[in-house]
Design a protein around this ligand. Structure first.
Ligand code: SF4
Length: 453
């Protein structure tokens, strides 16, 4: 498992509902092309199940699937051309698969969102079927399992063939800490060694800095965008005005740094809600927390240190914690609620922050544990299925919480009652016990109890 599965460059508003579906449609098209179905097929049907069916429209899953069929991918798609591409498909009632094979396509009938049907393996399921002469030629089910990761039905019980053996194959936090200690490595150094299984050191650092660049761009772009977020809720963007106000501050407010942390997170998540480019960290819904904490470090705390080294160290440490959640729980809101998205991002950011503050590995583990412990039970109930309320503000709250968790951990000696492994298990069990209406279906919580003004 690589940390680059946690930090993926894509577009908003959702990693599981936008990035994942685009990748699935793209992969399916390549599969049918490679199996020589392009000459025989004349129709394609896509069915979205579970959470994708319930909140797919608000999360742009429909748009994402169509883009994937065209051959687009989340990392490179030109966001300025998306509207035009989708309008062309709808107005012409045709689609050009992988920009190569043109077939008739009805947006109303060939893309089906099942609001009350789920498939057993995971709440985010997509079935794609192709037809020739009105007979089914081929069909496949895929799952979008969180953070933009996808899984084909054929691979459910297989260990991924892409998964290579890493040097330090830790299964949980206890093993991670033991291996780091035994080998006298920092957590970030241990992860760097593991990442060398996939690419050389220079490439790893280059890719991490590229991720940081996209994070910085998402903050920068968010700060200059004013207006209303798309989707119909008429939620006003706040970053532009807050930024203007903060720049005018006289600098006497001792807690003003908190406003800046909030601002960085809001900026990223407003970009995400606008369908613009962000980095999953570890998901799109929670994309603002790690960039906000990193911006706080770089802007307010950095002294003599080298920015690039600090960023790389932070992302490697945060990535280690993210891997623990991916291995032993879930980072999908549709699977375990928002604790799996915002909670995990908070835990990752707390670890990265503690590492920057010079924490021992025990204190880093403690910071990550605190970061999750106080997010346990956090439900996913986005109003109107849009990744806006409570998502945007929630990132700001969690970013500040991550800084607090790191500071609490660093004051202590690393000894604490609840281990990170216990809190990860608790998060997962709590998520599994959580009613479906609180897991990215918009059928409960804030999604049904807000008053429209
Ligand atoms: S409530 Fe949390 S998990 Fe749900 S969409 Fe918003 S950020 Fe994602």
């Amino acid at each position: 498992m690589t940390i680059f599965n946690l930090f993926k460059i894509g577009i908003g508003p959702s990693s599981s509902h936008t990035v994942g579906p685009m990748l699935i449609a793209n992969e399916f098209c390549k599969l049918i092309k490679n199996n020589n179905y392009f000459d025989k097929l004349d129709n394609i049907k896509i069915e979205l199940f579970g959470s994708l069916g319930s909140t797919g429209i608000g999360h742009h899953s429909d748009v994402a699937v169509l883009l994937g069929l065209l051959g687009e991918n989340p990392k490179e798609v030109d966001i300025d051309t998306i509207e035009e591409k989708i309008s062309k498909i709808i107005n012409s009632s045709t689609i050009k698969l992988l920009n190569e094979k043109e077939i008739n396509f009805s947006f109303e009938n060939d893309l089906i969102l099942h609001k009350n049907k789920s498939l057993p393996f995971h709440p985010n399921a997509i079935k794609l079927s192709i037809y020739g002469n009105q007979e089914i030629l081929f069909s496949k089910i895929y799952y979008s399992i969180g953070g933009g990761e996808i899984l084909c039905e054929d691979d459910i019980n297989k260990k991924s063939t892409k998964e290579k053996e890493v040097l330090y194959d830790f299964k949980n936090a206890k093993e991670l800490l033991r291996m780091a200690k035994e080998n006298e490595l920092k957590i970030s150094e241990l992860i760097l060694e593991n990442e060398r299984t996939y690419k050389n050191k220079e490439q790893i650092k280059k890719d991490l800095l590229n991720i940081w660049q996209v994070m910085k761009d998402s903050v920068k772009n968010g700060l200059v965008q004013d207006g209303i977020l798309p989707g119909g809720l008429n939620v006003k963007k706040r970053s532009f005005k807050i930024h203007k106000k903060l720049k005018e501050e006289d600098g006497h407010d001792p807690i003003v740094f908190m406003d800046w942390i909030n601002l960085y997170a809001l900026a990223v998540n407003e970009e995400n809600a606008s369908g613009h480019r962000v980095v999953t960290a570890p998901t799109n819904g929670a994309a603002g927390i790690i960039p906000a904490v990193l911006h706080y470090i770089i802007t307010f705390l950095l002294k003599e240190e080298n920015e690039e080294e600090v960023v790389i160290d932070f992302l490697l440490t945060a990535g280690a914690i993210g891997l623990l959640y991916q291995k032993n729980a879930s980072i999908s809101g549709a699977d375990v609620g928002c604790q799996g998205e915002v909670g995990v991002a908070c835990s990752m950011a707390a670890a990265g922050m503690a590492n920057y503050l010079g924490a021992t590995i025990e204190q880093i583990e403690n910071a990550a544990e605190i970061g999750m412990e106080h997010n346990l039970g956090l439900t996913c109930d986005p109003i109107a299925g849009l990744v806006q309320i409570p998502c945007i503000e929630r990132n700001a709250m969690a970013a500040v919480k991550a800084v607090n968790a790191a500071r609490m951990a660093i004051i202590g000696d690393g000894k604490h009652y609840v281990s990170l492994d216990s809190v990860i298990k608790t998060m997962y069990d709590t998520g599994k016990d959580m009613q479906n209406k609180y897991k990215e279906t918009s059928l409960g919580g804030l999604a049904v109890h807000y008053v429209e003004c």
